[in-house]
Write a protein that binds this ligand. Sequence first.
Ligand SMILES: Nc1nc2c(c(=O)[nH]1)N[C@H]1C(S)=C(S)[C@@H](COP(=O)(O)OP(=O)(O)OC[C@H]3O[C@@H](n4cnc5c(=O)[nH]c(N)nc54)[C@H](O)[C@@H]3O)O[C@H]1N2
Ligand SMILES: Nc1nc2c(c(=O)[nH]1)N[C@H]1C(S)=C(S)[C@@H](COP(=O)(O)OP(=O)(O)OC[C@H]3O[C@@H](n4cnc5c(=O)[nH]c(N)nc54)[C@H](O)[C@@H]3O)O[C@H]1N2
Ligand code: SF4
Ligand SMILES: [Mo]
Length: 744
Amino acid sequence: MIETKPTNCHFCGYCCAFLATVEDGRVIDLKPDPTRYPYDERILAGCRRWKMNLDVLDSPRRVNYPIRRVGERGSGEWEQVSWDEAFDDIAQRFSSLRDQYGSGTLASMIGGPHASFWPLHRFMSLYGSPNNMGIGQICWNPRIWMDAISFGWTGEANIVYGVTDALFIWGTNPAQSDNSAFWQTIRAAGASEDMQLICVDPRFTQVAGCADLWLAPRPGTDCTLALGMLHVIIEEGLEDRAFVDEWCHGFDELAEHVKPFTPEYVGGFCDVDSDDIVRAARIFASGRTALVSGRGIDQVGKSVAPTHRAICCLRAITGNVDRAGTFILNEASDFISEVEFEMSDALTAEQRALCLNEGVAPLQCFTGYDLVREQTEKLGRRLPMRYMTSSSPDLVLKAMETGDPYRVSALIVNATNPLLTYADTNRVFRALMGLELIVVLDYYITPTAAIADYVLPCAGAIERPIFQIHGGVANFGYGGPAAVEPYYERKTDYDIFRALGERLGQADAWPDETLADAFATQLAPTGWDWSDYCLFGAYSLPPSEEKHLQLGSDGKPQGFATTTGKIELASELLPKLDGQRLPEQGPFMRLCSPELIEELEAEGAHHVEMLTGSRKQPYNASMYLENPDFRRGTPGPVVEMCQAMADRLGLAKGDTAKLITDYGEARFTVSIAKMRDELINVDYGWWHPENGVPQAPDFGGIWESNVNTLTSCKLQEHLIGTWAYNAIDCMIQKDDTPLSWDTI
Ligand SMILES: Nc1nc2c(c(=O)[nH]1)N[C@H]1C(S)=C(S)[C@@H](COP(=O)(O)OP(=O)(O)OC[C@H]3O[C@@H](n4cnc5c(=O)[nH]c(N)nc54)[C@H](O)[C@@H]3O)O[C@H]1N2
Ligand SMILES: Nc1nc2c(c(=O)[nH]1)N[C@H]1C(S)=C(S)[C@@H](COP(=O)(O)OP(=O)(O)OC[C@H]3O[C@@H](n4cnc5c(=O)[nH]c(N)nc54)[C@H](O)[C@@H]3O)O[C@H]1N2
Ligand code: SF4
Ligand SMILES: [Mo]
């Protein structure tokens, strides 16, 4: 029988609506569905991935049955086992390890937003372990934390034609990371007379190419740049006086704080023309301004939190908060929030105390969470807890390596490939190789799965329903149903954690039999039925403005959910956590010791500044590299630099360059790009999925051009515990050994 079923792609966060033609439980055709959200012709026109869906559904690389290691860890010897056997054995071992070492002994690793992570979090909360290692600390949390501390909650840029006067794209490159609808919006802004487009990026990105003003600061100096803009705005009296007087706390302190940040000083420190700083500041303050930031400022180490705080201050003193066309604070979700679904409150005080970040990263732990919660709850909101308390990999790896302060012996790896994407591959590899039990949930035997004890095959898009809620910090969710039952014996992540949970005495906490049932439960408070919702594809309400003016039960404007009820330019909360009231630039993370620099300079190497992982279509981190069409266009990983720098270093396009830090080395093909001088930009995520199942000794080629062999997760910033992937350094030298990428 042939049927047409609605479903969604999930090769990126858009989760575009599709119609699947299904014959006997198999998808035989897939096309965009213009009747449901999310559908946007511009998205599909810009997207090269969606056509892969059919291939990925039945790729010969997919794991279709649970498999268990039989040989040495990493030897590539596996046996197929039944689900019951896998669940029984894993649950029993998790249980005895907990008896032996305590409930903190199980850790988890998660990655980008490929799946709903709350089933994992629920399982871990009920198991009693706070030890989730998330990517969030360097990807999402810094902005969410600093927004919540400054404004009482977080929000989104609200870009509206005819309303927004200026759009700042700061440390993000949607042309490659989001190369569809949002990128089209930016291009249109660049072309429009009515909206000024300002790009802040050390590289001349496609966004820079269509911007009215491009600022290319020295990496990691953005906090100072923002303080310089605040200086100009305040010196020139461009602030929104009425808004500042009524709704901002600590303006005079801020004014005093930014006095030294003259355009001349800031221009020198950031290596930006001081006139451009003045221009950017005037544009920011001249009307309705929206700002979108990204990885470029989330991954610079010590200055991450202050950079976000300084941007909050820019928005606040110019009145660009909760007004159309600027930055709109999100509403609490009408559906059941992520935080309730992940059941973090199930952790006892004793289990919370196992959180390794306590006292080390005082915001990104339960102490910090509770302080912020006290504020956000004034207006009935709560941040997701497990993301915001997830532990620093530095500390969890240390507990794996040394048993200090207790032994972390087991690991769940859910939808991530940490041997490529976590910092310091050598260290991650060593720590994981020493564990007693590793369970990986993935579609494929990735290099990380290759060193697991169990690989559990997951159902992906098309085979599972989706309700994408972005951590539940907004009243917005979208997605749709599965078109087919999972192929072979694959299971959804939800089914896997429910089955494990049931075996560990958690049955009562998993009342919903399927993921679709759980989504129906989650959506129920909105009055929507899951199947009706699936016909439409989104739950959202139009954003409302100036919510601080809405009257509370006491008849007074509700204000902002902060200690003072106002936007806190000077934070009353951060000093309680040993943080600063006002944003201050921090030092840069260094990966090369003076000894390494001296030794390699003597051999002709050069010490340079480095960015890593700048996004490039059509790949995503360590995924989609096996697609032959993609590889024809982008055959291998590159290190980019400007022509002048290549000339100075005696390098030419196509040469091989070896990069070295204290942590390791990796080799890349040289490519020339327009960007700041004295700076290299290095690809990330590269391995050889096309070479068959990864196993020892090369694990799919992860020791050749894996930029994370150079990086470090050592704690940099002492609020959130961020580390750095940008604004770091490395040694570079020419290398004559051919790269394996050249041969495909
Ligand atoms: N040097 C450097 N390192 C970085 C970054 C950088 O810029 N530079 N960026 C960092 C950032 S921001 C991020 S988010 C991370 C990304 O890091 P990861 O999320 O680890 O990267 P991916 O390669 O996307 O790995 C996703 C894995 O999940 C699997 N997968 C996909 N969907 C599902 C699913 O639904 N269920 C399950 N169980 N598995 C699934 C895929 O097959 C793949 O193996 O990398 C971080 N690391
Ligand atoms: N194709 C593709 N798309 C992706 C992903 C992917 O792996 N591939 N990953 C997804 C994920 S997990 C994420 S988090 C998002 C990230 O999406 P984005 O935040 O847009 O990340 P990038 O595209 O790397 O853009 C970061 C920009 O910051 C600049 N930058 C680096 N250092 C600095 C600095 O110190 N200051 C300033 N001002 N700029 C700096 C870089 O040059 C780069 O252009 O992308 C998502 N989309
Ligand atoms: S990859 Fe992203 S943009 Fe492309 S179809 Fe899939 S969900 Fe949409
Ligand atoms: Mo990310």
